[in-house]
Design a protein around this ligand. Structure first.
Ligand code: HEM
Length: 154
């Protein structure tokens, strides 16, 4: 049971964080080079909207398998301790994405609702930085999780 849960957990993480890495390292540099701000906003919204639908599924599966793993292995006791740093970072990353998806519509409205009020270049620079931060946190969670999961001490 436990190996099967880890397989599903990690496969979902691969699709999910792989997608975030693609958006951050390929899509944003491409968007930032576009001349038309209308084209920028439309392309971004189409890609993010489609990806957000997939992320909802990954979020549910990763949360479910991660929660079951914690419960079955009794490792919930390690949360917020040095020994459990990997799983704590996973939980924080998961909660961060959960909040972003929860407020996705409002965020999009605030960012793109009144294009005449904002400098689109600045908005995209901010969004690119935001994606780098969340990608960094996700990769840190993966790195520390794998390190500690395979006997690495901190
Ligand atoms: C509610 C959120 C999450 C919980 C409760 C959770 C919990 C867990 C647990 C208990 C394990 C098994 C660790 C072991 O037995 O050694 C695990 C493995 C793993 N998790 Fe998570 N996780 C969550 C979210 C995430 C996220 C968001 C990521 C990626 C950013 C992630 C990446 C991984 C990876 C790569 C492993 C495999 C580690 C290994 O090599 O054994 N998890 N997770």
């Amino acid at each position: 049971m436990i190996p099967a849960l880890i397989v599903v957990h990690v496969l979902c993480v691969v699709f999910w964080i792989g997608g975030v890495a693609f958006v951050t390292t390929v899509m944003f540099p491409m968007l930032q080079k576009m001349d038309s701000s209308f084209e920028q906003v439309m392309t971004f919204q189409r890609v993010e909207h489609r990806f957000a639908r997939q992320v909802r599924l990954y979020l549910a599966l990763v949360g479910l398998t991660g929660g079951l793993l914690l419960y079955l292995q009794g490792t919930h006791r390690l949360l917020f301790s040095t020994q459990g740093l990997g799983i704590t970072l996973m939980l924080l990353a998961w909660m961060w994405y959960f909040l972003v998806l929860l407020f996705e519509r409002r965020l999009f409205k605030a960012l793109f609702g009144r294009p005449e009020k904002f400098d689109t270049r600045k908005v995209f620079r901010g969004l690119a930085i935001f994606h780098w931060v969340i990608l960094g946190l996700s990769l840190l969670a993966v790195a520390v999780g794998v390190w500690q999961g395979h006997g690495g001490a901190l």
